[in-house]
Ligand binder design. Sequence first.
Ligand code: ZN
Length: 173
Amino acid sequence: MTILPILVAPDPRLKVISEPVVDVTDDIRKLMDDMLETMYDAPGIGLAAVQVGVPKRVIVMDLAREGEDKSPLFLVNPEIVEASGDLSVYEEGCLSLPTYYEDVERPSKATVTYLDYNGERQTIECEGLLATCIQHEMDHLEGVLFVDHISKLKRSIILRKLQKTKRLQKGAA
Ligand code: ZN
């Protein structure tokens, strides 16, 4: 398995709308394995393929806490078939927006269909952190970041700071 470089915002490649996967092939499984390794290494609880520069509708997640057994979840072509009217707020972070966390409001429950690691169709009912995380990752497939859900002012401050950090890192390299 390979650890892939994660794109950091602002980056136009994070704005790309991801394409559906036609078939869950060995190449897609290799991508999912590499993404999972990359996510564990970061460390993070969710990663969309577009964050490693591959605009395909593929997500990996693992909400297991430290000390718990790993429980990876692979979602190909996920679709929300139902979302609750009631909302909940979570402080979200993102591997593409390192060091920044903000409260985001989303439907507290959702029903999601997807293809699993073996290409089998699955349906899950999610709530709590799982619902938030799935919706956050699915946003990536539409080129949306969690900062797109907060005020324009806060967003521009965060993106400007990240841009500045990138420039400094470039200068130092
Ligand atoms: Zn993210």
